[in-house]
Design a protein around this ligand. Structure first.
Ligand code: GLC
Ligand code: CA
Length: 541
């Protein structure tokens, strides 16, 4: 691949849509592709360049579409292939690319490949999946699945166990099999022909598993597989590709996002999102965020990928709780803290992702257990109950970390069901929708939405956002997050008070002579930063 100019996607901002919760168009209570088409005005106004669409393929919906039974069709719940083509086309007319979610580590157990594979070990599709011989009741080893239980499932017809890193309905594909890889490449080329603008690669670091050695992520053949995948598909087009890589270090990320284009455009890694859980525990084992660690981790990624890799910038997605509830303040300072978190993140190097509703400051939920829908949450609840955890303690973890926090319907208006559906929503709307909704914010220059919109535009206007070198300031401060970005043309300064108590930042000399381009308080303010205050300054050289 020749790379003699900076790729277009370095200046882009991506908006993630979780289709079932975005906009319902036909009153069945489930968001759909037509609903997204009807909301293109909104996306265009926000100024984003691409939409990452969580999976809309045909699926039994065991894991909300991350269990695909036909990669070349759309689930009727979301619409038709024709709707999808229309979305790609209409989005393109507005300069918005559609990024499809590729789930290549596993399929649904209802995929025809698996239906064949489980018929017997001589079936031509058997080797599309990962099997081990055994006798019933004697597991090949003690590996656990991410959604609870053993990673092995017995199939009597074959006398073998299949391997699944996620639910029992998500059997792992066997990437060692060249036929599997070829099928996948053909499918990707088929979508590329339809004009999609890119792909997000679901748990891609787990494809090269070696269960006999208990290896799941970063298996020995991982980069060989990814390079072949990239060569056979992505490199034939002008795409944006992003690998979901939970277990990446900056060193590994340099491979994934090598500027030579041999793997992906960028990584989507989570080190900064795992700082409020107990060491060695699961995300459910809560611990207060270590602010010092957050600064260290973000600094490390900004510095160690500079010039040799590319990162995603995000606080939220469909697997994470709402950031304003998590590390901001979803009460009195909801607007201030949501904007502070946006300003802090959007000044950095990388590609920013805005997850639906984040731009409105949507918050976490506290529902009865029966109102949760997420397979991971429900499995964990059962598992911990059986282990004897008190229900209140389990609920506390769910309030803090359940994926359903991010999956409540999008809050469009203060009409019934937040304008999301005319029917009964598949999951209960957050009861605060009469205070937090898009219509209220779109034309309000002081809204969280307008703050995001402004940040999106700044990135397009000034090269320093994409290119500038990163320098951390006030490194030892327990309260201030401050940094500088610098390229030949500009100097950018971001100063944030991450907490509710006011803080003397001692950085006045840094912003002397600079222009304040955005802040979350109406008047400029001085050395003392008010609760969650954030400011961004710019100077031309
Ligand atoms: C990824 C997805 C998540 C899904 C899992 C299994 O982490 O983001 O939603 O459950 O992979 O496909
Ligand atoms: Ca619908």
């Amino acid at each position: 691949m020749t790379k003699n100019r900076e790729p277009w996607w370095k200046k882009s901002v991506i908006y993630q849509i979780y289709p079932r919760s975005f906009q319902d168009s036909n009153g069945d209570g489930i968001g759909d592709i037509r609903g997204i088409i009807n909301r293109l005005d909104y996306l265009e106004d926000l100024g984003i360049d691409a939409v990452w669409l969580s999976p809309v393929y045909r699926s039994p919906q065991d894991d909300n579409g991350y269990d695909i039974s036909d990669y070349r069709d759309i689930d009727p719940m979301f619409g038709t292939l024709g709707d999808m083509e229309e979305l790609i086309e209409k989005a393109k007319q507005r300069g918005i690319r559609i990024i499809m979610d590729l789930v290549l580590n596993h399929t649904s157990d209802e995929h025809p490949w698996f239906q064949e594979a489980k018929k017997g070990r001589d079936n031509p599709f058997h080797d599309y999946y990962v099997w081990r011989d055994g006798v019933e009741g004697e597991l090949p080893n003690d590996m656990r699945a991410c959604f609870g239980g053993s990673a092995w499932q017995w199939v009597p017809e074959t006398g073998r166990y299949y391997f699944h890193q996620f639910s029992v309905k998500q059997p792992d594909l066997n990437w060692e099999n060249p036929k599997v890889r070829r099928e996948i490449y053909d499918m990707i080329l088929w979508w590329m022909d339809k004009g999609v603008g890119g792909f997000r690669l679901d748990v891609i670091d787990q494809i090269a598993k070696e269960p006999d050695r208990k290896i799941t992520s970063n298996g020995p053949r991982l980069h060989e597989f990814i390079q072949e995948l990239s060569r056979e598909t992505f490199q034939k087009g002008d795409l944006i590709t992003v690998g979901e890589t939970w277990g990446a270090s900056p060193q590994i990320a340099r491979k994934y996002s090598n500027p030579d284009g041999s793997e992906f455009s960028m990584v989507f890694q989570f080190e900064h999102m795992e700082l409020d859980q107990q060491a060695g525990g699961q995300k459910w084992d809560l611990e207060q965020l270590s602010f010092r660690r957050l600064k260290e981790v973000l600094n490390k990624w900004q510095t160690e990928l500079y010039g040799c890799g590319w990162n995603s910038l995000f606080w939220d997605n469909h697997d994470l709780p709402r950031i304003v509830s998590r590390w901001g303040n979803d009460g009195r300072y909801r607007a201030e803290s949501a904007k502070m978190l946006a300003i802090l993140l959007h000044g950095m190097q990388g590609t920013p992702y805005i997850y639906q509703g984040e731009e409105l400051g949507m918050t976490n939920i506290r529902y009865e257990i029966g109102e949760y829908r997420d397979i991971e949450t429900l499995h964990m609840y059962q598992e911990r109950l059986e282990k004897g955890y008190p229900p209140e303690e389990i609920m506390k973890s769910i309030y803090a970390k359940s994926r359903d926090n991010a999956r409540t319907p999008m809050q469009w208006s203060r009409e019934a069901q937040a304008g999301f559906t005319k029917g009964i929503p598949w999951m209960k709307v957050n009861p605060n929708y009469r205070e937090i909704y898009a219509e209220d914010q779109i034309n309000d220059p002081d809204s969280i939405y307008s703050c995001y919109k402004y940040l999106v535009n700044l990135r397009k206007e000034y090269s320093v956002f994409a290119d500038g070198r990163f320098f951390m300031l006030a490194e030892d401060s327990e309260q201030i997050f401050a940094y500088v970005r610098e390229d030949e043309k500009h100097r950018l300064l971001v100063v944030c008070n991450f907490f509710e108590e006011q803080a003397d930042c001692g950085l006045q000399a840094e912003w002397e002579g600079m222009e304040l381009v955005i802040s979350n308080y109406k008047d400029a303010g001085g050395e003392m930063l008010r609760p969650y205050e954030a400011r961004m300054y710019l100077a031309r050289k």
